[in-house]
Design a protein around this ligand. Structure first.
Ligand code: UDP
Length: 252
């Protein structure tokens, strides 16, 4: 097999050069980090689950006309994507108060928000991804005003899609983070949903019991992250091949 050129290694993924120009390969690791990588662990199978779940969400988004960088899943841990220039913002959509939002505004965890709230954080680990306003984004040129309009619209469409799909699986989408990239076509740049959409970057609560099915399980030591993510995958009918028991066909 040809050796792949590594472009970048992050906390949960490795990015390699793709098989064709203009593509990259995302390799999903089993590593979990929290609190700006101060807490670390490895959960066997997490990468496989996130590869499948992100494929599921990205293909679903494409099917309703939301552009994404995803091209195809290659194997258990890798997916081929269009290479894009990542806008240095974490785009966060919140439906219920949780995490940093509860602390910042003194709102009790789980409070339903009057409408989805979109926030932007500047992607810089050394600064702890600080919250920024559209003023900062415009002044520092991280995205144009036209792009910001598109980003807001993409974020809300992803929210509607994810919330709807998850509601069908008995899961509440409390909040999530997406990243947006620019794909260049000649002189023209088009925005796409990039990176991944998985329980690593969402807060997902069981609607009936409130059980957490996302990375908070790891942040708060609530049990096995793989078990929580497997539950999400199971409810959505997305199971990694290795975890799918192959039942013999019985013909009567
Ligand atoms: N999030 C993420 N990566 C980050 C920061 C946040 O994926 O670097 C996700 C997080 O999992 C949650 C949402 O964005 O679903 C909102 O996170 P919050 O601002 O509450 O920060 P946290 O409490 O997770 O530090």
């Amino acid at each position: 097999m040809a050796r792949r050129n590594k472009i970048y290694e992050g906390k949960a993924k490795i990015i390699y050069e793709g098989t064709e120009p203009g593509t990259i390969i995302q390799y999903f690791k089993d590593d979990a980090t929290a609190f700006n990588a101060e807490k670390k662990d490895v959960f066997e199978g997490k990468g496989v689950l996130n590869n499948r779940l992100s494929e599921y969400f990205m293909t679903g988004l494409a099917a309703i006309g939301v552009p994404t960088h995803f091209i195809k899943r290659m194997n258990m841990r890798e997916q081929l994507c269009r290479s894009c220039e990542i806008i240095p913002l974490e785009v966060i959509v919140r439906n219920y108060a949780a995490g940093s939002f509860t602390k910042r505004l003194g709102i009790e965890e789980g409070t339903q928000l009057p409408r989805p709230i979109v926030e932007y954080c500047y992607k810089d680990d050394s600064l702890g991804d600080p919250l920024v306003s559209e003023e900062h984004i415009a002044a520092f040129g991280w995205a144009s005003q036209v792009e910001m309009d598109d980003i807001l619209s993409l974020a809300l469409r992803v929210n509607d899609f994810l919330s709807g799909v998850m509601y069908g699986a008995g899961i509440r989408v409390v909040d999530f983070k997406i990243e947006i990239g620019r794909v260049f076509e000649g002189d023209y740049a088009r925005l796409v949903v990039a990176d991944e959409i998985s329980p690593d970057s969402c807060r997902l609560w069981d609607i009936e019991t409130g059980r957490k099915l996302d990375k908070d399980v790891f942040r708060r030591d609530l049990g096995s992250l793989t078990d929580a993510y497997t539950e999400v995958a199971r409810r959505l009918g997305v199971m990694p091949n290795s975890a799918t028991p192959i039942k013999p066909t019985v013909i009567n």
